[in-house]
Design a protein around this ligand. Structure first.
Ligand SMILES: O=c1ccn([C@@H]2O[C@H](COP(=O)(O)O)[C@@H](O)[C@H]2O)c(=O)[nH]1
Length: 235
């Protein structure tokens, strides 16, 4: 998979998603389907979007006991999505279970990654609310190493940790980075933010961009701006 921009389709209904996709006449962007859309519309929405030719990141961030996650991932594996995820804080055993469940009998599967620390979390909040008394970078690297030990393909982190994750886990280990904002954009609830150009400089493989595209006056122009800034001359 080559570097790309993934649009976070954080809509509550199929109708809203379809109205958004109407804007895209030429492109077939890589789309992220998250909890709200999946809970509202169920697996059918994944099948429909796939049939329209989009790659899909199914972002359900599973976190439970290993057996439950393994069984849930086995159900999700039937959807043939390109990318899916769990929380790395669920332990190595949970991630191993997730990988086992996500792998089909013939050995094929989509990419599986794990969330390290949410990009809406600051080091201060992590230490005070979660009682993790390490630096944010150490925590993200610890989760990244665990994710690699469990055999997953990469992590979700902020662009600011992407370079170090590659140093620790290897160049091939994927970094999927939300928390992306244009230089003139509003951070909203995101804390560890970077521009698409900075994410490229820091080595992100994929940037995940929601509101800067979905809430833009011209979503196609905002998407193309992301592609140009992130991929540079390769857009
Ligand atoms: O650490 C994380 C993990 C996932 N996300 C998801 O990415 C998008 C970001 O949307 P924006 O509107 O660009 O903020 C959203 O769907 C989150 O669930 C994340 O932001 N951080």
């Amino acid at each position: 998979m080559s570097k790309d921009v993934i649009i976070a389709c954080d809509f509550n209904s199929k109708a809203d998603l379809m109205a958004f996709l109407e804007n895209f006449k030429e492109e077939r962007p890589f789309l992220k389907i998250g909890m709200e859309l999946f809970y509202a519309e169920g697996p059918a929405i994944v099948k429909e979007i796939k049939a329209r030719g989009h790659k899909i990141f199914l972002d359900l961030k599973l976190h439970d006991i290993p057996n439950t996650v393994k069984k849930a991932m086995s159900v999700l594996s039937d959807l043939d999505v390109d990318l899916s995820n769990v929380h790395a804080s669920g332990t190595i055993a949970m991630m191993e279970g997730a990988l086992e469940g996500f792998t089909k009998k013939d050995g094929s599967r989509g990419l599986l990654i794990a969330v390290t620390q949410l990009t809406s979390t600051s080091e201060e909040r992590m230490q005070n609310d979660l009682l993790i008394h390490k630096s944010l970078e150490e925590t993200v690297m610890h989760y990244a190493k665990n994710t690699k030990i469990a055999g997953l393909d990469g992590v979700v982190c902020s662009p600011w940790e992407a370079k170090k994750v590659k140093e620790v886990c290897g160049e091939e280990f994927l970094t999927i980075t939300p928390g992306v904002r244009f230089a003139d954009g509003d951070a909203g609830d995101q804390v560890r933010i970077a521009t698409p150009a900075k994410a490229r400089e820091l080595g992100s493989d994929y940037i995940v961009v929601g509101r800067p595209i979905t809430q833009a006056k011209d979503p196609v122009a905002a998407y193309r701006r992301c592609l140009t800034e992130f991929l540079g001359g390769n857009a």
